[in-house]
Every structure is written in structure tokens, then in C-alpha cells.
Design a protein around this ligand. Structure first.
Ligand SMILES: NC(=O)c1ccc[n+]([C@@H]2O[C@H](COP(=O)([O-])OP(=O)(O)OC[C@H]3O[C@@H](n4cnc5c(N)ncnc54)[C@H](O)[C@@H]3O)[C@@H](O)[C@H]2O)c1
Length: 407
């Protein structure tokens, strides 16, 4: 019998499972991908995150963490599977199929008294739907009050996950007060931040609110950057000057907003309450329009050359991570290739090979070499090594710095 069974061993589930294991809990990590399970059982990792390799190795070597493709009986189940939206739906409807499949897979192993925690970022009402899916799968003869359901969203920042996993305040939202209390007691195993109790629906909306807040503020910065490009004003200088006002704190613009969270979660609010979420929707649209603005700038510069060489620095959705999900940088490079704007050189220190969409269509090389060969240099991600690029190397080149990395 395990203490904790974590379903989904990705960026959230793997650090969570490992940290419980290093605190002495018997943990089973479950993932539907066999190669992920094999990698973890070998004490290795399949994703990039500072110091995660050390944590996972320690957890596996201690004998407290094992991985499997199917859940086993445990006192607590934590669901940390993907919650994307349907790309083909007009209102970006949430895709809860992973949460539903993971929940239904628990029917074979749960017993009365178990705590079931949803960590995946989810639309309001998902924890209640989990309970319904589980009871639908269990069939008649089971009593809902014998099981404890809670939503405990995750706030950790890629690149700083292990530190934030421990130090961040967390929210524990239960379908009942007892469920919230039990979730709190569990996270206290490793969490030094405060654990705040509420109901599941408020916890669900709180997580979506946090990411929507970020999205709206980034949209303001991105909109400013497009206004500045139109008026030929340096947006970085403008923001620095405006931020000297004691009550103004404008964020930095970028090539768009990507990743698994900020580019996705606001849609869960919009699709649930479309009439009331006009600002949130507009922010999403502004941020989604920024990559096209960058592509237009590249095209305009490329048209000045007969055979332009375009160096694109960065593919990931943010700095110093290997994650390309919903990455505006990747989208921009794909479009530059697709629209045949020039010969494309890609620099991405966090990958050894180009994503499939760029293979055979662009060349992956080192930063200095790419810049030396390029007519146009497009900075898309502010990875640490790019900040150290020699300014002298950039002279004589057209530079499109979407992150203000060299401003
Ligand atoms: N990555 C982040 O920075 C972050 C931060 C906060 C919240 N979140 C949220 O956490 C959730 C998980 O995100 P992630 O980044 O860890 O995703 P991920 O894609 O890295 O990992 C999810 C894992 O779940 C596995 N999986 C899918 N269906 C399964 C099933 N039925 N049973 C067991 N495993 C299954 C997948 O194979 C995958 O390995 C999402 O809701 C996300 O929005 C992510």
C-alpha cells in the first residue's frame, strides 16, 4: 500500500512525487507513457529542470519512489495530468479528457477514506466532475461521503520549481472542509509556505485568476510595444521612464505569451463566463496577435535583401527552460520558414535537435556562428547565454530584439 500515488509524471507530477518520497512517504508515480516510467525507475529524468535529476535519483535510490503505468492502492491520489484547450473549438473549450481518464483509472484501486487531489489547473467545477466520473466508474453501492476530494493548484515557476514547491503559499480547496484539512496536512509534509483553506470552486478560480492577471498585464505591455513600433518610439525606454512613477509597474513585452499555463488558463474563464470576461478575452487576443506583429517586422526587414539569412535566437516559451509548448518563438520561426522569408538559422541551447516542424527546413547552430552569418538577428527568448552575446557581433546586422535583452 502506498502513501501517495501521483498520476502524471511531467513538470508538476514528477517533482511533487519525488519530494514526497524524499520526505519518507511511499510514493507510486503513474504515467501512461512507458518510456517515462522506465526513465524514472532508472533514477533518471525525461524533462529539464534545475536539480530535478538529483531529487529524482535520491527518491528512487531511497526505495520510496517507484513508477508504473497503472495506479495501485494508496491513501492519497494526486492527479497532475495535462489540461489543454481544444484548438479546433472557437471558444477554446477546455479539454478535460486527461483528467477524466486519470480519474476513471482510479476506480480499480480506491477505497473508502481515500483523499483524491486534483493539482491540474482546471475550469471551475472540475473537482466536482472528478467525483462524478469516479462514482460513475465505480457503479452503484458506493457512498460519495466516504471519499475526500480537493483541488490544490500548483503555482511553481519552471526553472525554479524545486525552490518554489517548498516555499510558495498554496491553496487547498475541498469539496468538504475535511477534505481541505486533509490536503493541508499532506502538503505540510514538505511545504514551508502557508496553506490556505477554501472550497474547491474558489481554489479552481483562484488559479485561473492568477494566470489571467499575469496575461492581462503582459497584454498591456505587448500592446504598448505595438503602439511604439507604429510611432517609432523605443518601448524599453518608454517603460523604464513610466515605471519611475511610484505607482506604475509595467511588465516587459515579448514575442507573445506561451507555455502550458498563461496562454491557456484564461480561456477556461472566458469559456465559462463569456459575457463577463471581456477584458480577459481581449488580453488573450492581444497576446496572441503579437507573434504576427513580429513576423510582419521580420518580413519587412527581409524584403530589403535578395537572399536574407535570418538568425532566430530561442524556441522555448520562456527563458532558461526546455519547454516549447504553446511557444510564440517556435510559432514565429515556423512561419518565417513556411513563408520562405529567408534562410533560417536557429539557436536553442536547450535542445540537441530541432522540433519536427523545422527539421530539414532550418539549421540548428551556435549563437556566435548564427549571428556572424546573419543579415537579420531576431531575439525571441532571453536565455542567459544570449544576454552575453557580444554587442560588437551585432553591429552591421538588423536586430529585432523582442525581449529587450540587448536594449
Ligand atoms: N508546467 C508548469 O509550469 C505548470 C505550473 C502550474 C500548473 N500546471 C498544470 O499542471 C498540470 C500538469 O502540467 P505539466 O506541465 O506537468 O504537464 P506534462 O505534460 O509535463 O505532464 C503530464 C503527464 O501526464 C501524463 N498523463 C496523461 N494522461 C495520464 C493518465 N491518464 N494517467 C497518468 N498519466 C497521464 C503524460 O504522459 C505526461 O507525462 C496541467 O494542468 C498544468 O496546467 C503546470
Amino acid at each position: 500500500m502506498f502513501d501517495v500515488c501521483v498520476l502524471g509524471l511531467g513538470y508538476i507530477g514528477l517533482p511533487t512525487a519525488s519530494i514526497f518520497a524524499t520526505k519518507g512517504k511511499q510514493v507510486l508515480g503513474v504515467d501512461v507513457v512507458q518510456s517515462v516510467v522506465d526513465t524514472i525507475n532508472a533514477g533518471k529524468i525525461h524533462i529539464e529542470e534545475p536539480d530535478l535529476d538529483i531529487l529524482v535519483r535520491a527518491a528512487v535510490q531511497s526505495g520510496n519512489l517507484t513508477a508504473a503505468t497503472k495506479p495501485s492502492p494508496a491513501n492519497t491520489f494526486i492527479v497532475a495530468v495535462p489540461t489543454p484547450f481544444h484548438h479546433d473549438s472557437e471558444d477554446h473549450a477546455p479539454d478535460l479528457s486527461y483528467v477524466e481518464a486519470a480519474t476513471r483509472s482510479l476506480a480499480a484501486v480506491v477505497k473508502p477514506g481515500d483523499l483524491i487531489i486534483l493539482e491540474s489547473t482546471s475550469p471551475v467545477g472540475t473537482t466536482e466532475r472528478m467525483r462524478d466520473w469516479l462514482f460513475d466508474e465505480l457503479g452503484p453501492g458506493h457512498n460519495a461521503s466516504d471519499y475526500f476530494f480537493a483541488h490544490c493548484p500548483e503555482r511553481i515557476l519552471p526553472g525554479q520549481m524545486l525552490k518554489e514547491l517548498v516555499s510558495n503559499d498554496r491553496i487547498a480547496g475541498g469539496l468538504t472542509e475535511e477534505a481541505a484539512e486533509r490536503a493541508k496536512a499532506l502538503y505540510e509534509t514538505f511545504c514551508s509556505g502557508e496553506i490556505l483553506l477554501t472550497d474547491a470552486r474558489t481554489a479552481e478560480l483562484a488559479k485561473l485568476t492568477e494566470n489571467s492577471f499575469r496575461d492581462v498585464n503582459i497584454a498591456f505591455a505587448n500592446e504598448l510595444s505595438m503602439i511604439c513600433d507604429n510611432l517609432n518610439i523605443d518601448v524599453w525606454e518608454l517603460i523604464d521612464l513610466s515605471n519611475r512613477h511610484p505607482r506604475v509597474n509595467i511588465l516587459r513585452p515579448g514575442p507573445g505569451v506561451g507555455g502550458h499555463c498563461i496562454a491557456v488558463d484564461p480561456w477556461f474563464i472566458v469559456s465559462a463566463a463569456p459575457s463577463q470576461s471581456r477584458l480577459i478575452r481581449t488580453a488573450r487576443e492581444v497576446n496572441d496577435s503579437k507573434p504576427q506583429h513580429v513576423i510582419n517586422m521580420i518580413r519587412e526587414k527581409a524584403n530589403r535583401f535578395r537572399e536574407p539569412v535570418i538568425a532566430c535566437l530561442g524556441l522555448t516559451f520562456k527563458a532558461d527552460v526546455d519547454d516549447i509548448r504553446e511557444s510564440p518563438a517556435l510559432h514565429i520561426v515556423e512561419q518565417v520558414v513556411l513563408q520562405n522569408l529567408g534562410r533560417v538559422l536557429v539557436v536553442e541551447p536547450h535542445t540537441r535537435e530541432l522540433p519536427k516542424s523545422l527539421q530539414g527546413k532550418a539549421t540548428l547552430i551556435q549563437a556566435d556562428e548564427a549571428i556572424r552569418s546573419a543579415d537579420i538577428v531576431v531575439l525571441l527568448v532571453d536565455h542567459k547565454p544570449f544576454k552575453r552575446v557580444s554587442r560588437r557581433l551585432l553591429e552591421q546586422r538588423i536586430v529585432i530584439d523582442t525581449r529587450g535583452c540587448w536594449a
